[in-house]
Design a protein around this ligand. Sequence first.
Ligand code: SAM
Length: 211
Amino acid sequence: MRLRNVRGAREAIDENSYVIKEPVKYKGKWAELFGNDNPIHIEVGMGKGKFITTLAEQNPDINYIGIEKFSSVLIRALEKQNELQLPNLYFLREDAAEITEFFEQSEIARIYLNFSDPWPKDRHAKRRLTSKEFFARYDQILAPDGEVQFKTDNRMLFDFSLEQVEEAGWKLTLTTFDLHHSEYAEGNIMTEYEERFSAKGNPICKLVAVR
Ligand code: SAM
């Protein structure tokens, strides 16, 4: 994804209380931060945050954490949250490769991956958020009945992801190659990328994986 440097984004994020600065300190203690034992759902690579913010508004009994490594996009999600001040939504400006440092075994109930970067070169496959290396990380933080939900319009990345689910020893509970025209379309919340690519006519693929 092409990123524009947003002046002052890093500083604004450093000062914002909705961004947790040292997430390792909350490992095993996220319920204390939220002040309740509600399930925690995370979105990895949430970009400008429309998806997770809408979910947090619609589901006050679920806690949400958005993880995004770039300040220049996270700042857009923060602009929304500064207005809404949802008590069930926080953000991390971190690389998801470190995710097992932030969350305890079983601390997370669901992981959303939306329009993740494809990393098209084979030698970068391990960086894809649906690689078996990432599934091994998700395995360490997800509750036994937890699930990973993934959407993309990139058919090559989707096919790779279907293979990786199997290689990681996980099972698919939902697979569609055209979400918007499927039985699963109802209630679907579109991400920024999803709006853009579905407007071009690209079919949206979705999978849900469990262990
Ligand atoms: N999910 C959003 C959507 O669907 O509109 C954004 C999609 S954008 C293609 C992918 C986002 O994931 C980027 O903002 C990128 O910075 C973020 N990202 C990619 N790899 C990441 C990682 N390892 N840790 C955290 N964020 C990551």
